[in-house]
Write a protein that binds this ligand. Structure first.
Ligand code: 8YV
Length: 320
């Protein structure tokens, strides 16, 4: 019992993988945020909590951080920090860690899987075989990926991993972002609509948050056009989803591969019947290997914090 009392108290926002929960339970005294929602809304405060453990999707709201007056660290299992109140963290000296570097490849794989699935009509082809329709004749021709122009929005670590894969599929890569990168030769566009008009595919790999909300709007989608394909493995918030749905329904946009949505897990049901759209449940990083690496990096940050060591992957809140 003594040992129990000495363990740092942490607040886990949403249920995590069983193996990670077991590790956290063994080393920390854990409060379960999903069981404390009513108490949080009722204004309860937990002064003993020293760290928040969360995911990219769940984040850490101002309301939560205000209820944890002694919190020192928000440790996120994920790279997206758009759901963490960084202003509050910055002004209250709360450190934030994420898990960069360990998920880029899986997320990029998912982007290419979505691209291939849309271009080669993989889901319709699979249904075609299962429904026995092959017996009555061949499957219609799909479209080839090689030779297509791929515009990446956000050339960070994930964007670069997507670029390398797109090149391996013989696509011509270019990118848009806040600034041109000195260390890559891909053509740079300073204007997103101009790039959308010049490519066959737009792949979104930019951070979510207020500053990127709806950067892919109706105008950008119209520039991409009736043969264009939109792939989103970033955040639902970066796309004007109503404008996207309209254009997929009336054919002004050619197709889409979507892993993220504006109001997850709600997905517009009108998309369910469209053969040119592939929908996945925010699973770009969701492999056994990658989730284990993300969990390990989050735990290493937590341990470093509580043993007075430098954090492994802190967010630099002045620049974030
Ligand atoms: C995960 C993500 O869905 O890294 C992110 O920001 O969106 C994903 O990798 C999530 O954080 C799971 O822990």
């Amino acid at each position: 019992m003594m040992q129990l009392a000495n363990r740092p108290v942490i607040f886990i926002v949403v249920p995590l993988a069983p193996a990670l929960m077991a590790q956290l339970n063994a080393q920390f005294e854990c409060l379960h945020g999903w069981e404390l929602q009513d108490a949080l809304r009722a204004g309860e405060v937990w002064p003993a909590v020293r760290a928040v453990v969360t995911t990219g999707g769940a984040g850490a709201s101002r309301q939560l951080l205000q209820a944890l007056p002694a919190v020192e660290l928000v440790a996120c299992v994920g790279v997206g920090f758009d759901a963490i109140d960084l202003d509050y963290a910055r002004t209250h000296g709360i450190a934030v860690t994420t898990t960069p570097g360990v998920l880029d490849r899986c997320v990029a794989d998912t982007a290419l899987a979505l691209l291939l699935a849309v271009f080669r009509q993989l889901l319709s082809a699979d249904a075609f075989v299962r429904q026995g329709r092959w017996l009555a004749g061949g499957f219609p021709l799909a479209r080839s990926l090689s030779g297509k122009r791929c515009g990446i929005v956000g050339l960070g670590n994930i964007g670069r991993a997507i670029a390398r894969r797109a090149e391996a599929f013989d696509m011509a890569v270019c990118y848009y972002g806040p600034s041109q990168k000195a260390d890559v030769a891909y053509p740079y566009f300073a204007d997103l609509t101009t790039m959308a008009a010049a490519v066959d595919v737009l792949v979104l790999a930019l951070p979510g948050g207020v500053s990127t909300r709806h950067v892919v709007d109706g105008r950008v989608m119209d520039a991409l056009g009736a043969d264009g394909v939109l792939i989103n493995i970033a955040r639902g918030s970066v796309v004007d989803q109503a404008a996207l749905v309209e254009r997929l329904l009336d054919g002004r946009l050619g197709g889409a591969g979507l892993d993220v949505f504006e109001h997850e897990p709600q997905v517009p049901e009108v998309l369910f019947g469209l053969p040119n759209v592939v929908l996945t449940p925010h699973m770009a990083s969701a492999t056994v290997e990658t989730r284990a690496a993300m969990a390990q990096l989050m735990l290493d940050n937590l341990r470093a914090h509580f043993s007075g060591q430098p954090l492994l992957t802190p967010l630099h809140l002045d620049c974030a």
